[in-house]
Design a protein around this ligand. Structure first.
Ligand SMILES: Nc1ncnc2c1ncn2[C@@H]1O[C@H](COP(=O)(O)OP(=O)(O)OP(=O)(O)O)[C@@H](O)[C@H]1O
Ligand SMILES: [Mg+2]
Length: 321
């Protein structure tokens, strides 16, 4: 008899949606969203106000039913297996009420009881999550006396109490000062190291640029990018702008440059030439090379640095693609 195990299927991704759609009356808040988040990802979900971030997160956390399409969390369908989904997720809404007259430990103990964590174990669990979010010193404090940043961290502690594998965090950094943001990001990185999968939404790409390994960008309910952070610029802004200043008349230089296949446009602007390079990988040294060979005296060559945030703004304003 063979002792070889039958091949097991790879574990389901943390999140997998197909054709996910949500209508509010005649408004399509979410249209045909196909999203995959792998286990272990720290995934940034980015979009402007009204893009559909909260709608998506509410569907994934079983609070809102999709109008069409499906969503699975760790292989469980959010509609048909809502209970199983609730056990593996921790959802932190964008706005959540806190009981201001309750003490920090009381509050967490209450949620621990909701998740049926035995009384004996609860004290340790509450202590552990407070340690994780850096609130150990505030155990006996009244929630109403905590700062906004501390309340956000308490909200995070609350969703960690049943040790969920997937965290869905809706704009957890909004309203926090820069230091509190950095502290929150450090906590999220620690949680990722502990093996959690995390989805964090924001309308600020730059905020998630260094934190996340993958991002999805949505606009008006539609996905416009999903993949590694590094791919955003290449996919959304394939052309680059280089400025050239030459001695004397720029017309001969423009003529030489127009003959290059890597260059899509050469435009005189003031005393400079504005050159559009095709492709994110084109080496700008071709410009200097052709000018020097053509006997043109090159005085200056510089490239416009387009930040990721600028790329995002252009895309969401509909200025590219
Ligand atoms: N309960 C609702 N009833 C009607 N329309 C809604 C409802 N919830 C959301 N919408 C609409 O759906 C669209 C997406 O809203 P959603 O809250 O998902 O956006 P968001 O990306 O979270 O925005 P924000 O950055 O402002 O939080 C918006 O046009 C919004 O007005
Ligand atoms: Mg929202």
């Amino acid at each position: 008899m063979s002792t070889t195990e039958p091949p097991t299927a790879p574990p389901a991704p943390a999140v997998h949606t197909t054709g996910l759609t949500r209508m509010f009356g005649s408004l399509s808040a979410l249209t045909d969203l196909n999203l995959t988040v792998n286990r272990g990802d720290l995934f940034g979900f980015i979009g402007s106000n009204g893009a559909g971030k909260t709608t998506t997160l509410r569907i994934l956390s079983t609070f809102l039913a999709p109008t069409a399409g499906t969503a699975q969390i760790m292989g469980h369908d959010v509609v048909k297996e809502a209970d199983a989904v609730r056990h593996v997720i921790g959802y932190m809404p964008d706005f959540f009420g806190v009981y201001k007259d309750m003490e920090v430990t009381e509050y967490l103990d209450f949620f621990g009881a909701c998740y049926k964590i035995p009384t004996k174990k609860r004290e340790q669990t509450v202590s552990d999550v407070l340690e994780l979010v850096g609130l150990s010193e505030k155990k006996g404090a009244l929630i109403g006396a905590l700062s906004r940043g501390m309340q956000q961290r308490l909200g995070l502690a609350r969703v960690l109490i049943h040790d969920p594998a997937l965290l869905l965090l809706d704009e957890p950094a909004s309203g926090l000062d820069p230091r509190a943001r950095i502290e929150l990001m450090a906590i999220l990185q620690e949680l990722r190291r502990m093996g959690k999968t995390i989805i964090i939404s924001s309308h600020i790409l730059r905020e998630l640029e260094t934190l996340c390994n993958r991002v999805a960008i949505i606009e008006k309910g539609r996905m416009i990018y999903s993949g590694p952070v590094q791919g955003v610029r290449d996919q959304m802004s394939p052309s680059r702008i280089v400025w050239v200043r030459v001695a004397g008349d720029s017309a001969p230089a423009a003529e030489l440059l127009r003959a290059l296949p890597e260059i899509t446009e050469v435009k005189p602007v003031d005393h400079e030439l504005k050159i559009t390079l095709a492709g994110a990988d084109t080496d700008q040294s071709v410009i200097a090379e052709v000018l020097v060979h053509g006997g043109v005296r090159l005085l200056e060559l510089r490239e416009d640095e387009i930040g990721l945030e600028e790329v995002f703004l252009r895309v969401t304003r509909g200025e590219t693609q």
